[in-house]
Design a protein around this ligand. Structure first.
Ligand SMILES: *Cc1c(COP(=O)(O)O)cnc(C)c1O
Length: 342
């Protein structure tokens, strides 16, 4: 049995989603005349209690647009050293916005209000870059699907308010955080100036992200998206997948979380595993004991069983559960893992 656990982006549209896409009403979204895109943007904006939302081809472009809105060339943003915006967007912060990142040494990708406060350059000290923006990620990707304590986010918001900083949420996996904590999307809408969300991760869409924010910010975002080449025409076929996913694929994330938890617990019971990061959502990050089995050997053994996962370097491996990871596959992976010894 082939099982792909390299990421939650590997999912294919379900039959129901494909049907919704086939039946989508579409128009030219560059003229803002695609009814399905318009409906998705309205729906997501309302969900987060914000004025507007804009559909993007990728989470990277949505984040980069958010960063561009909030910064001027030479400015600096504050983020964790694990942040996607810093590590996995091709250097876009400097490429697109001519801005830099002040990296914070957070916990599993999460930073504190105190760390933000300590990272702000004095505004009148003209030798340093001007601090303009704080970016946080929820859940964290490289941090192993960790969820922020909402109280800490409130405190960071406060620091942003005092120092006149914008606050952006990279919410590629915010759906996982919402299901895990039972919070409402609108709680996050109140806190942030802009939020990016992905439809093509846990929610199982083939393509699609949105940037959410005020009407004024969305006006700016529309222009930036155009410059980045992100204006799409009959994008309603993709938006229809998003509308379907919001209806059918959010609550079921709890199942992905359960499977990840079970994988984490089984890994923890193995004496050839040195460490399993706390499993809060759908990502399991673990380290082997290299004297027993190296990262690359571990990958080989999984691959021999047709189970794919990712080696992250420095002895770390990552499993991600998702919509296409069935109960049958889960039973298979659990039994393979249970039988492993080194
Ligand atoms: C996947 C991801 C993104 C966006 O990635 P794209 O592949 O560009 O859609 C942004 N932030 C985080 C934390 C992610 O995991």
């Amino acid at each position: 049995m082939e099982v792909n656990l390299i990421s939650d982006t590997v999912t294919r549209p379900t039959p129901g989603m494909l049907r919704a896409m086939m039946e989508a009403e579409v128009g030219d979204d560059v003229f803002k005349e695609d009814p399905s895109v318009n409906a998705l943007e309205r729906r997501v904006a309302a969900l987060f209690g914000m004025e507007g939302a804009l559909f993007f081809p990728s989470g990277t472009m949505a984040n980069q647009t958010g960063i561009k809105i909030h910064t001027q060339p030479g400015d600096q943003l504050i983020c964790d050293k694990f942040a996607h915006v810093y590590n996995y967007e091709g250097g876009g912060v400097s490429f697109n916005s001519l801005a830099s990142c002040k990296l914070v040494d957070g916990d599993r990708g999460m930073i504190t209000a105190q760390q933000v406060e300590d990272s702000i350059n004095p505004p009148d000290f003209y030798h340093s870059p001007r601090t303009r923006l704080v970016c946080v990620e929820n859940t964290t990707n490289k941090g192993g699907g960790a969820c922020y304590d909402f109280e800490e986010l409130l405190r960071i918001r406060e620091v942003c308010g005092v120092h006149g900083l914008a606050f952006h949420l990279d919410g590629a996996r915010i759906w996982n955080a919402l299901v895990k904590t039972g919070q409402k999307a609108a709680d996050y809408g109140e806190l942030f100036d802009t939020i990016s969300v992905c439809l093509s991760k846990g929610l199982g869409c083939p393509v699609g992200s949105l940037l959410i924010g005020s009407a004024k910010h969305m006006e700016q975002a529309l222009r930036i998206r155009k410059v980045l080449g992100g204006g799409m025409r009959q994008a309603g076929y993709l938006a229809a997948a998003g509308l379907y996913a919001l209806e059918h694929h959010v609550d079921r994330l709890a199942e992905d979380h359960r499977k990840a938890r079970e994988l984490g617990q089984l890994l923890e019971s193995k004496d050839f595993i040195r460490y399993v990061a706390p499993v809060e959502t759908n990502i399991v990050i673990f380290e082997t004991r290299p004297e027993r089995v190296t990262e690359s050997r571990m990958l080989e053994v999984f691959n021999a069983h047709e189970i794919r996962l990712i080696g992250m370097g420095q002895g770390k491996l990552r499993l991600v559960t998702h919509l296409d990871y069935t109960d049958e596959m889960h039973a298979y992976v659990m039994s393979v893992l249970d039988g492993m010894s080194f």
